[in-house]
Design a protein around this ligand. Structure first.
Ligand code: GTQ
Ligand code: FE2
Length: 357
């Protein structure tokens, strides 16, 4: 009798486009994060081979704009996203090619794999690209990429496209010309702000985004080596540096942060988990990471993903340094007061390996 009435009530809710919490179990408020993204790894050989094929077959016409090939996490139902918040792509630019100027609300970075003779112009500031450089592209700044050489350039793109889409905050515009005018000297922002610890004395503003468009590899590498000499290291990430806005100390982007880290030979870090997702690019060396009990062996050029709240630890199995570049959405979590971290205390901080990817 009562049951029939309850069934009727539920039917009435449905017809009225209502859903009572007591029928939802913990789908909407789980006890801990349940990401759809899954731990995954993309091999460099395959990425390179396919990007090279795209370089031959796909031209850069207005509409496509970029020969960028996105990591599509198999847990995300075919969406071109590495995690629920982060877009990561491999971009291939042929020699003498121009990727035309556009701008958008999505925040972007490029980490250069190989770039001889190529450049990126961000809001009129043209910077020449070299392996290991990190190029910043804050929201709504015009950017075009080009190459003066005959050689192809290849780099990793990181953007907050999925988050921007979820927030319905995407805007995108084409410039009326393919290449921006450049009326400053080459590498202008590096010459002006590249020291990192000093700024032109007459400038008083505190820019929300780093004034420098590119963090050069030579300086980044020096910083890693110097930090290693300091004797300090992070138990979870070994010699890890976050790229920051030197004037405000904040992450380079509002929605995500970029890191460079060195796992020294034979180091095995302690596992932990965090409320943020991370995409790693293996810049140098080889080793493995254990993510949620799965062992992912990696080599130079591979990309892999650690979704939210998955235990992870890194191991350098070689006698050479291993260097990982990564982006993570921790700034979003912190800004919204949702960041949490938990150290793995059992078994000396090391997960049991249940399977090998
Ligand atoms: O280079 O401007 O991977 O706008 C995705 C969107 C790269 C870029 C991407 C973009 C770009
Ligand atoms: Fe873009």
């Amino acid at each position: 009798m009562n049951d029939n009435k309850i069934d009727e009530l539920l039917q009435n809710f449905k017809e009225a486009n209502l859903k009572p919490l007591w029928t939802l179990e913990h789908d909407v408020m789980p006890f801990s994060p349940k990401p759809n993204a899954i731990p995954w790894l993309w091999k460099w050989n395959k990425l390179y081979e396919l990007a090279e094929d795209a370089g031959e077959l796909i031209t850069l016409e207005k509409g496509g704009d970029r020969r960028a090939i996105a990591l599509a996490n198999p847990g995300l139902g075919g969406m071109p996203f590495a995690t629920e918040t982060l877009w990561t792509a491999v971009q291939w630019l042929n020699g003498k090619e121009v990727a035309p100027a556009h701008r958008h609300t999505s925040q972007a970075i490029r980490f250069i794999v190989d770039g001889a003779g190529s450049y990126s112009t961000v809001e009129g500031d043209r910077v020449y690209l070299e392996r290991g450089d990190l190029v910043l592209n804050p929201p709504m700044l015009w950017h075009d990429h080009g190459s003066d050489s005959d050689e192809r350039a290849i780099w990793i793109d990181g953007l907050d496209i999925p988050l921007t889409k979820y927030l319905n905050a995407n805007f995108f515009e084409h410039l009326h010309q393919d290449v921006q005018e450049v009326d400053t000297v080459k590498n202008y922002s590096i010459l002006k702000y590249g020291a990192g610890t000093m700024k032109p004395a007459w400038e008083r503003q505190k820019p929300m985004y780093p004034p420098i468009s590119t963090f050069k590899w030579a300086k980044t590498e020096q910083a890693l080596m110097d930090l290693a000499k300091s004797g300090d290291a992070c138990p979870h990430d070994d010699i890890a540096l976050e790229y920051i806005n030197p004037i405000t100390g904040s992450s380079v982007m509002k929605t995500f942060s970029c890191w460079i880290q060195m796992i020294r030979p034979n180091v095995h870090t302690q596992a932990h988990r965090e409320v943020c997702s991370t995409v790693y690019f293996v810049f140098e060396g080889s080793g493995y990471s254990v993510i949620d009990g799965i062992r992912f062996d990696w080599q130079q050029g591979d990309l892999f993903v650690v979704p939210n709240w998955k235990l992870h630890e890194h191991v350098n199995t070689s006698e050479e340094r291993a260097i990982l570049f990564s982006l993570n959405d921790r700034p979003t979590m912190e800004a919204l007061d949702k960041y949490r971290e938990e150290k793995y205390q059992e078994n000396g901080g090391h997960q049991e390996i249940k399977s090998v990817f």
